[in-house]
Design a protein around this ligand. Structure first.
Ligand SMILES: [Zn+2]
Length: 276
């Protein structure tokens, strides 16, 4: 009997009741869904409540501002809505202001304008005159151009200018226009490139032709000169054969260049004409 019992126990452990566990899983999933739904409803209600509160505070703030302008309320009383606002969102100082969307900077920042400039910095000199870069909006000094640009593009500076870091969503039309523009510029670039290549090729061909012409002319001149030289030499030789030894001595002494003679050249330009 004991053996049978053991077998039964083992069998019980091994078997998997699909229906039972399926039911449990389904129940758990339903409960989780319910919880999620409840949570969503709760958060929705909370958000709604906060929105109402926010709108009310904004109206109150505007009203206080209006009263302060009419000199009925002092500006210190404007802090009331701020204090109430703190309960909604911790760390938020001041009224809720709707900031503009992020816009590109129009003015050019010349970082190399101060190169070569000499500044005397003393203890009493103003922070804006302490060298480096200075932001007049935030009244802070930056040590180098990199940090200066980081600051200019940063959240703090943009907030001072009344902008949030949100970029406006571009419409389909804007995207299409931008794509068309890029396409046009690309095509123009390609056409100019092609033009420049053909122009360059033409220029190169012209240059080569001119070079060839010059080379041909030089070769012609060289051959002419060498022919002339050989003719002169032959004429000289003939004259030498005909003339006496005395004449030869005269030529070598009177007309021949001493340097040329020293080098061993015995020809003479125009010597043949004179001899004739
Ligand atoms: Zn700044």
């Amino acid at each position: 009997m004991s053996l049978n019992n053991k077998n039964l126990q083992l069998e019980e452990r091994k078997t998997w009741d699909k229906d039972k566990y399926g039911r449990i899983a389904k129940q758990r999933a339903e409960e989780e869904n319910k919880e999620l739904l409840n949570l969503d409803l709760d958060t929705l209600e909370k958000n709604k409540h906060n929105q109402h509160k926010r709108v009310y505070l904004e109206i109150l703030h505007d009203f206080c501002l209006y009263l302060s302008k009419l000199c009925i309320l002092s500006t210190s009383n404007l802090a009331i809505p701020y204090k109430m606002n703190k309960k909604i969102k911790k760390g938020h100082r001041g009224a809720i202001i709707k900031r503009e969307l992020l816009k590109p900077r129009n003015e050019h920042v010349d970082i190399s304008a101060k190169i070569g400039e000499r500044v005397v910095i003393t203890k009493d000199s103003d922070l804006s005159e302490m060298g480096g870069w200075y932001c007049h909006d935030c009244k802070c000094q930056l040590k180098d151009s990199h940090t200066y640009f980081d600051h200019m593009n940063g959240k703090k500076h943009q907030r001072k200018l009344g902008m949030s870091m949100k970029v406006p969503n571009s419409t389909l039309h804007e995207v299409q226009v931008a794509l068309e523009k890029h396409k046009r510029t690309f095509q123009e670039m390609q056409s100019t490139d092609a033009y420049s290549i053909t122009e360059k090729l033409e220029k190169k061909q012209l240059h080569e032709q001119q070079k060839k012409k010059v080379q041909k002319q030089q070769q012609k001149d060289m051959t002419m000169l060498s022919n002339k030289l050989t003719n002169n030499k032959n004429a000289n030789n003939n004259n030498d054969k005909q003339s006496t030894n005395e004449v030869e001595i005269e030529i070598t002494e009177e007309e021949m260049d001493p340097e040329m003679a020293a080098l061993g050249f015995d020809f003479q330009f125009g010597g043949s004409n004179k001899n004739k």
